[in-house]
Structure formats: C-alpha cells, structure tokens
Design a protein around this ligand. Structure first.
Ligand SMILES: Cc1cc2nc3c(=O)[nH]c(=O)nc-3n(C[C@H](O)[C@H](O)[C@H](O)COP(=O)(O)OP(=O)(O)OC[C@H]3O[C@@H](n4cnc5c(N)ncnc54)[C@H](O)[C@@H]3O)c2cc1C
Length: 380
C-alpha cells in the first residue's frame, strides 16, 4: 500500500536496505541460523548503510538526524530476510544506543558510539533479570557507592548480544525499593567480576546470541553512571518506546513475508486440477492477511508521524505492539496452512516465521503488559 508519508529520501533508503537484505542476507539465513551466529563483517556493511545511525550525532558516527519512518523501514526490510535471529543479531545494539546518546558522558559516548556505528563492536541492553522482566521497577541487581566507584552485584538474563557485545548498558538499584531507586550504568566486557554464559538453544532467533550475565563485585567509576542517579526507570521506559516501534515493524515485515510467500506458493502449487490461488478459500485467506497487514501498516505510519512530531504516543505503541503480534500470528498460521506439509519442514521460511512469533509477543514488553500499560495510559 502506498504511504502518504513516502518521500524521495525514504524511498531511496527503503530501496537501499531492501537491496542489502536481498543480496547480502536472505541467501545465507538458513546457514547462519543453523550456525547460531552471523558473520561479524555484516555489522560493518549495515553500519555503512546507516542502520545504526538514526538519532545519533554525526560527531559519534551517526546520521545526525532521526526519522521514525526510517526506523520502521529498517525493521520491516530486515525482517523480510525471514530469520528474526539475524535481525536481532545485526540490530540488537539499536536498543542501547539511545540512552548512550541522550544521557552518557562525553567520554563514554566517544568510547562506544563510533565503534558501534561503524559495526566494529557490539552493544547490549541489560534490563531483564532471572527474577523477571515485566516488573522492571522491582529489579534486584544493585550498585552500591564506594568512594569514587559503584560496585555492582546481581545478574541479568535473556540479553540479546550478551556473548558477543563489548559495551553494556545495565540497569541496577542504587536507591530504595520501586521505580525511584534505579540507575543505568555503562559496563565494558572484561571488567573484573563480569561474566557471561550463553542460554541454551532457543525456540527461534537462533542466529542471535542470548546470554545470562553475572555481576560479582563489578567496580565501575561513578562517572560511568548513565543519566541521573535513581532516574533510570524513566530512561528505561522512554527507551522502550522506540524498541517497541522496532518490534512492531518486525511484526509487519514478517507478516508481509508470510503473505508474499503464500502468494508465491499458492500460484505454483496445484490441487484438484488448478493452482491453489484459484480456490476461493485460499483467496479469502490471502485477502484477510492483506487487509490486516494494511491496517497494521497504517497504524504504524500514524505512530511514526506522531513520534516525528515529538508526541510520543505511548498508548498507541503499546496497542500496536500486541495488535502487530496478532497480525503476524494470524499471517504465520495461514501461511503455514497454505504451504500444507511443506510448511512443516525446516528450510521453508514459513516454518521459521511460525516458530518465531512468540518472541515478538514477549520481548520488549509482553502482550499482557502492553495491554495493561495501554489502559493505564488511558487514565484507567
Ligand atoms: C529472545 C529474547 C531476547 C531478549 N532480549 C532482551 C534484551 O536484549 N535485554 C533485556 O533486558 N531483555 C531481553 N529479553 C527479555 C524480555 O524483555 C522479557 O522476556 C519480557 O520482558 C518478559 O519478562 P519475563 O520473560 O521475565 O516474564 P515474566 O515477567 O516473568 O512474566 C511471565 C508471564 O506473565 C505475564 N505477566 C507478568 N506480570 C503480569 C501481570 N501483572 N498481569 C498479567 N500478566 C503478567 C507476562 O506477560 C508473561 O506472559 C529477551 C527475551 C527473549 C525471549
């Protein structure tokens, strides 16, 4: 569907990312997914195209401007490679550069952002803990002031990029209980007492490493606090908004791939003497998928416009996140059904798309939490 928000710059950006994904990523996703990682060189290629640079100053290697429509383009086009783990491995650092740009000291920015922008080094955002990810205000990892340092103890889990990243943004309790006692810290891989273990094989997102991180008396200088002391919860919540926009775009891109794969297969496959696409039941599945995708795309475009206007639409982002997951879930189900038994076999994109739906409904704020937050935003 043509968007009223399309501009020549956005069109060129979309075509550039789409070409990069089609030529440099899609042909290799099966191999990388089975291997459990992507080649690191891919980060440099993505960096050169500006995939990490939106919202980051040029002084730190960023693009020097932001455009939520371009954020959506990245999410949609990378998702079209058909392997969520490749997208997470490639772009996972995008959820931690925002707090660095907005809140970190000049020294930390210079140390981290240019290397991440260029794709030389990776970054990870560490909020979720073994005791839970939804209840951020009750995180247990803590940092205690000791002279000019803070000493961090605790653990984080489900951290995307946790094994391969060099730079970590970590939430930790510096004050009393609840949301008023949380701060953010910069921690570098190799810091004494900071260790990582890879999580066991996941249901999907195989190409993306996911780790549990342990902090045992990890000492960081007080200047490595990101933002103000005890104001970390607000920073985490603000950061979630754009992470969720990225996940909605991922759901949209995956849904579009379900549709295009369904159409391709339904044109090739014959049953009862005619192509599947000529059977009315299948045509109705295609129509239904397409209509839900249009609704999601329109919704997301409206959100992107509001973000660009500096009106962060928190409630709409929450609603679009669970709505987008439902669209993706429906499209994956119908796509696999159109493929029949072939869709049940490893090696068809729809098999992976179907398997990877749940993580979009859980990561970055689960469906239940999104509904709860949306209703709270409505003042209820
Ligand atoms: C592949 C993957 C990658 C991830 N990457 C990262 C990352 O890079 N960084 C990071 O910090 N985290 C990451 N996460 C963690 C993710 O954000 C959390 O899994 C998510 O926030 C949910 O937390 P939880 O799994 O601890 O579930 P819990 O918080 O334990 O919740 C369990 C279930 O209960 C529901 N629930 C919880 N509270 C309520 C309530 N009040 N009312 C109704 N239902 C409720 C939840 O919706 C969920 O369905 C990742 C997760 C996955 C699976």
């Amino acid at each position: 569907m043509r968007s009223i928000y399309e501009t020549p710059d956005r069109k060129v950006f979309q075509q550039t990312i789409a070409k990069f994904v089609a030529s440099e990523i899609t042909p290799y996703v099966d191999e990388w997914d089975e291997a459990g990682e992507i080649p690191w060189e891919l980060h440099a290629k993505a960096g050169a195209l500006g995939i990490y640079g939106l919202g980051i100053d040029e002084a730190y290697g960023g693009l020097g401007f932001d455009d939520c429509f371009m954020r959506v383009i990245i999410g949609v086009e990378v998702a079209r490679c058909g392997a969520g783990g490749v997208g997470a491995a490639l772009g996972g650092c995008n959820i931690m550069t925002g707090p660095l740009q907005a809140l970190a000291s000049e020294e930390i920015k210079r140390k981290t952002l240019p290397a991440i922008m260029a794709g030389r080094e990776g970054g990870a955002l560490c909020i979720t803990e073994p005791s839970g990810g939804s209840d951020v205000a009750n995180m247990e990892t803590h940092a205690v002031r000791d002279g000019d340092d803070f000493v961090i103890n605790g653990s984080k889990t489900f951290i995307t990029g946790g094994m391969r990243a060099k730079h970590f943004v970590v939430g930790a309790r510096t004050g009393g209980p609840g949301l008023d006692g949380i701060s953010l810290f910069y921690v570098e891989k190799g810091a004494p007492g900071f260790t990582q273990t890879a999580l066991a094989k996941k249901m999907g997102w195989w190409a993306s490493d996911t780790a549990t991180l342990y902090f045992e008396d990890v000492r960081v200088p007080a200047s490595d606090m990101i933002g103000q002391e005890n104001m970390g919860f607000l920073a985490i919540m603000n950061n979630f908004n754009l992470e969720r926009v990225g996940l909605i775009a991922t759901a949209l891109g995956c849904s579009k791939l379900c549709l295009s794969e369904s159409i391709r297969y339904a044109q090739e496959r014959h049953t009862f003497g005619k192509p599947l696409i000529k059977h009315q039941v299948i045509r109705h599945k295609i129509a239904e998928m397409s209509s839900r995708i249009d609704a999601l795309e329109t919704y997301l475009n409206q959100i992107a416009w509001m973000v660009n206007e500096d009106e962060m639409p928190v409630a709409e982002i929450c609603k679009a996140k669970f709505f987008g997951t439902q669209v993706y879930e429906y499209c994956a189900r119908e796509a696999l059904q159109i493929f029949g038994g072939a869709g049940y076999l490893r090696g068809t994109p729809v098999e992976r798309l179907y398997r990877e739906v749940r993580v979009v409904a859980i990561g970055g704020g689960s469906e239940e939490i999104m509904r709860d937050l949306a209703v709270r935003q409505m003042g209820l």
